[in-house]
Design a protein around this ligand. Structure first.
Ligand SMILES: *[C@@H]1O[C@H](CO)[C@@H](O)[C@H](O)[C@H]1NC(C)=O
Ligand SMILES: *[C@@H]1O[C@H](CO)[C@@H](O)[C@H](O)[C@H]1NC(C)=O
Ligand SMILES: *[C@@H]1O[C@H](CO)[C@@H](O)[C@H](O)[C@H]1NC(C)=O
Ligand SMILES: *[C@@H]1O[C@H](CO)[C@@H](O)[C@H](O)[C@H]1NC(C)=O
Length: 240
């Protein structure tokens, strides 16, 4: 049983927005993957600065108000006031689109993501019963992130728009460093030892947290892609 509640961007009223000049569309015929990859590389630095018209927030850093992770054995972590740094170094590496089945897969790498904020933790990880709260720093190194989605189209006011109707997310990382300040409440020295052990065993800790982190990243990707899909007419996105 695992639930993630996430509040980041609010989907505003979907009104038609022209494709911003920094996102260059690609033709469905020809080598779409090659074109999309090239154009994505050019568009990402602009998109990450935020875009009022598309209602995209700034991603440098990305602010997330709250993430609640609930795992087995009454384990729960509340993360609040989060700032995610490092998204500006996102590098798309593979975009594959199947227009017949309306599915797409986007693989990107991010060398280093630093997540800073506050946390409250309750429950067991490894052999420790944790009950702390304070500042948190989770640093993910050399991540490969894979977002897949399935879409349909819908008509609004006589204009065709895309709509994401299914999606999935997975990631692999080469390392994580955790720092939960005061992870065992009011036991500073023990807390530092526990952090060291969590970091030594990061693969196990990561496996526990991965479903929630994946779900969080899935929601962020869905929001980002939906902003473009629901607002920019379909035929501006994919040229015949
Ligand atoms: C499209 O471009 C990619 C990357 O350059 C290449 O690997 C692939 O073989 C090309 N596909 C076709 C059908 O030309
Ligand atoms: C991109 O992913 C597709 C589907 O998994 C694969 O067929 C293709 O070879 C990959 N292209 C590159 C350039 O890695
Ligand atoms: C985290 O909580 C502490 C104490 O409750 C507060 O002083 C600090 O400003 C908070 N940090 C963030 C990023 O909200
Ligand atoms: C967060 O942790 C990383 C990795 O240990 C470290 O390089 C970075 O300085 C930390 N950032 C803050 C604000 O503590």
């Amino acid at each position: 049983m695992l639930q993630t509640f996430l509040v980041i961007l609010l989907i505003g009223a979907a009104t038609a927005v022209d494709l911003p000049s920094y996102i260059k569309p690609c033709s469905k015929t020809g080598n779409f993957s090659e074109c999309a990859l090239k154009h994505a590389k050019e568009a990402i630095p602009h998109m990450l600065k935020g875009d009022k018209k598309l209602q995209l927030p700034s991603f440098t850093p990305l602010m997330i108000s709250a993430i609640d992770i609930k795992g087995a054995n009454n384990f729960n972590v509340h993360l609040g006031n989060l700032k995610v740094y490092g998204l500006e170094f996102t590098e798309p590496v593979n975009i594959s689109v199947d227009f017949a089945h309306r599915t797409a897969k986007v693989i990107s790498t991010v060398p280093r993501l630093v997540v800073l904020g506050n946390y409250t933790i309750n429950g067991k990880i490894l052999i420790f019963t944790l009950n702390g709260h304070g500042a948190v720093n989770i640093t993910l190194s050399k991540g490969t992130y894979e977002y897949g989605f399935h879409w349909t189209t819908e008509q609004r006011n006589g204009v065709e728009y895309g709509k994401i109707i299914g999606s999935n997310f997975d990631y692999a990382i080469e390392g994580v460093e955790y720092h939960f300040e005061n992870v065992i409440n009011k036991e500073k020295a023990i807390s530092e030892q526990v952090n060291k052990i969590l970091n030594k065993n990061w693969k196990i800790v990561n496996n526990d947290l991965k479903p929630s982190i994946s779900e969080t990243l899935l929601i962020i990707h869905n929001e980002l892609f939906s902003k473009v899909f629901t607002q920019v007419p379909y035929k501006q996105l994919f040229l015949e």
